[in-house]
Design a protein around this ligand. Sequence first.
Ligand code: CMC
Length: 433
Amino acid sequence: MGYFMKETAKLTYKEKSIELPVTEGTFGEKGLDISKLRATTGLITFDPGSVNTGSCNSSITYLNGEEGILLYRGIPIEQLAEKSTFLETAYLLIYGKLPNQDENKYFSESIINHSMLHESVKDFYSGVPATAHPMAVCSAVIGALATFYPDALDPRNERHVEISIHRLIAKLPTIAAYSYKKSIGQPFMYPDDSLDYCSNYLRMMFSVPCAEYYADPVIAKALDVLFILHADHEQNCSTSTVRLVGSSMANLFASISAGISALWGPLHGGANQAVIEMLQNIHEDGGNINKYIDKAKDKNDPFRLMGFGHRVYKNFDPRSRILKKYCQGVLDTMGVYEPYLEIAMKLEDIALKDDYFIEKKLYPNVDFYSGIIYRAMKIPLNMFTVLFAIGRLPGWIAQWVEMHRDKHFKIGRPRQIFTGAKKTHYEPIEERQ
Ligand code: CMC
């Protein structure tokens, strides 16, 4: 929780002045508290993209974009990627501490126990075309889960929230795998309680009823690390969406469904799919990397180097550093040659020496290398962003829970500066131009 310092900032507008208290976070980051601004001066703030706006106090994730630091509940992402598991990290984010042995056992078993879907959920899949993007399907099915649990939807009932959390973490991989199976016309595979979270997901994705399937532990481990790296990232677009929807007292399923939709966009989670599409274009275009660097720099060309740049990181995204190292290791272990990795590394090399990217502080972000690992795992391209969603789920949940416990809780309702027509009158249709 930020605390108020003795410092204030003074804002004078016409004859009115206001002393704005300065609040300070754990690492000394400071913010102006403007909660009395409008009441005192009649002014509101204008901050497109919320670039300068802190929307909440949060004690979940700390990220320092200048120094490339990312901590979940104080623990560096590098340590979690090396030592933790996704479910343990999910617990850490949601409950605020690493689980002890009993808590870990209870939590993991509960997740395993809830991984099956109600049989009627399958009917939703009959209603969508096989060509449906799995992000649309996942968002719809998560929203639809609320129809199956009408007696456990109260955001202020701890038991309701607890069971919904377990259901969501347990069922999203099943929902995701079903969306893939639907798209290729294969039967849905039920979860297998004897497997760990990631092996179970891989099995539901790639096994068929007529053959034995063995989830490669190297791939399952890599997936687990990828999920940890994606698990939270403070107040990004999808997380802010989850908080905003939740602030209306909408249930957790509705809030997470909205978060999945926000994540889908190519400027956010959808970038992991867009990176591979870009690398594929460069590859098919003869590997002319400079041409694409020039396109990215051209103001008249909408093309952007996907997987580069970040609203907060103005230095290396620590997740991309881990992934780059991990990527090479996974490909070597699997004995896979991936031409896109070579292109990506060359692209990164050239971009990092180019004045345009240096001046604008554009570095590879988490999406730059994640897609290459997914490709090596034979994950289909349109499932990449779904994997981001599975990884991000604990972060969304932790932020939603934190918001509901915040003593400053209020429905999110930004204001606007109206720039439309002045008051006019209704014109009958026959008189209109
Ligand atoms: N390629 C070329 N130019 C870029 C890029 C890029 N990838 N990213 C930013 N710029 C330029 C942009 O044109 C602008 O130039 P100018 O100041 O001359 O107008 C300047 O850099 C600042 O960009 P911005 O769009 O104002 O910055 P932002 O903070 O609003 O956007 C971003 C951040 C991530 C949306 C943007 O960098 C981008 O579009 N990157 C490509 C998409 C991508 O990789 N997204 C994944 C983000 S990480 C995963 C996640 O957490 O979602």
